[in-house]
Design a protein around this ligand. Structure first.
Ligand SMILES: NC(=O)C1=CN([C@@H]2O[C@H](COP(=O)(O)OP(=O)(O)OC[C@H]3O[C@@H](n4cnc5c(N)ncnc54)[C@H](OP(=O)(O)O)[C@@H]3O)[C@@H](O)[C@H]2O)C=CC1
Ligand SMILES: O=C1CO[C@H](CO)[C@@H](O)[C@@H]1O
Length: 283
């Protein structure tokens, strides 16, 4: 496992652990404990996952030194705006039982993101967050934020997997010195990704699993990955991707799977209005 350097010099693990869809507190706490024991040092949560408290408990229980960990959480849409962001940040910090965050992301490009960004910059300058970034921002929204605030995000966390490879977006982000981070590296198992014949053939050649090929392919492209699993043996499997290398030919073969489209949500889809109204969090 190795770290990459963000645009402000902060180091971030290239491989971490995601906890979306772990709403059961006991399950989440155990999974994070197991992940830390396996060697994961980056944990990716969000206010909207409703499990920050369990993540915080697991980190404390693990006995690991705070500075060894890299903790990401995200600001939900209903907390957008300057004042709301300050309050939501403190709430997340309290639930996580931390006194600083490593990475705080604007979860979705909706609401008063400029107010949020101003609050996040202040928290960053106060040392309460080591790096600030965004998630689910298309290049035009990233451009807009940078052009209007003069402060570039360190990270953009976006859907990235073999069926939605984000090559153009990655190029754009690289040009602006913004780190791409993949969410849904396994496309949450959609499109029978683990049974895909092309991925399986490469896996066989390297004596690795399909999951390991996907994670290796992403990290070899310089993409940060945060796979989710509640099973300890899969945590080890997903972590064990640094003892082999994909050839240029393997990398190009995976490229043929790209559909250049989201398997989850398209932010320009009119149904987003309905989707957004259903995703309110109250706490
Ligand atoms: N910013 C955003 O908008 C979003 C961010 N995220 C973040 O990204 C993280 C990862 O994405 P996520 O959506 O969870 O989906 P993933 O693409 O990581 O897929 C998770 C699924 O794959 C299964 N799985 C994990 N490892 C293996 C393996 N080795 N072999 C076979 N199956 C496996 C898991 O099952 P099981 O648990 O049973 O092992 C689960 O069903 C999230 O947890 C979250 O932190 C996710 C979505 C949106
Ligand atoms: O992180 C996320 C996981 O997916 C959810 C939608 O299904 C969103 O809340 C969010 O983008």
């Amino acid at each position: 496992m190795y770290n990459i350097k963000l645009n402000n010099g902060v180091e971030m693990p290239i491989l971490g652990f995601g906890v979306f869809q772990m709403q059961d507190a006991a399950e989440c706490e155990q999974a994070v404990l197991d992940a830390i024991e396996t060697g994961y040092r980056l944990i990716d949560t969000a206010a909207s996952y409703m499990n920050e408290e369990a993540v915080g408990k697991a980190i404390i229980k693990s006995g690991i030194a705070r500075e060894q960990m890299f903790v990401t959480t995200k600001l939900w849409i209903s907390d957008a705006g300057y004042e709301n962001t300050k309050a939501a940040f403190q709430k997340s910090l309290d639930l996580l039982q931390l006194d600083y965050l490593d990475l705080y992301l604007i979860h979705q490009p909706y609401g008063d993101v400029y107010g949020s960004w101003r609050a996040m910059q202040e928290l960053y300058h106060e040392g309460k967050i080591k790096a600030i970034g965004v998630s689910n921002f298309h290049p035009d929204r990233v451009m807009d934020l940078v052009a209007n605030t003069g402060f570039a995000p360190a990270v953009n966390q976006i859907e990235t997997h073999p069926f939605h490879q984000q090559n153009e977006t990655q190029k754009f982000l690289q040009e602006h010195n913004i780190q791409i981070e993949s969410w849904g590296p396994f496309a949450e198992g959609k499109n029978e990704i683990f049974q895909n014949e092309i991925l399986k053939a490469i896996a066989q050649k390297h004596n690795k699993s399909t999951a390991q090929i996907i994670l290796r392919w992403l990290t070899q492209r310089g993409v940060v990955v945060i796979p989710k699993t509640v099973r300890k043996e899969r945590m080890a499997e997903n972590f064990n991707i640094f003892d082999f290398e994909l050839s240029n030919e393997d990398m190009t073969t995976v490229q043929t799977l790209d559909t250049n489209a989201s398997l989850f949500f398209d932010h320009r889809d009119p149904n987003m209005v309905k989707w957004l109204s259903e995703y309110k969090i109250s706490r």
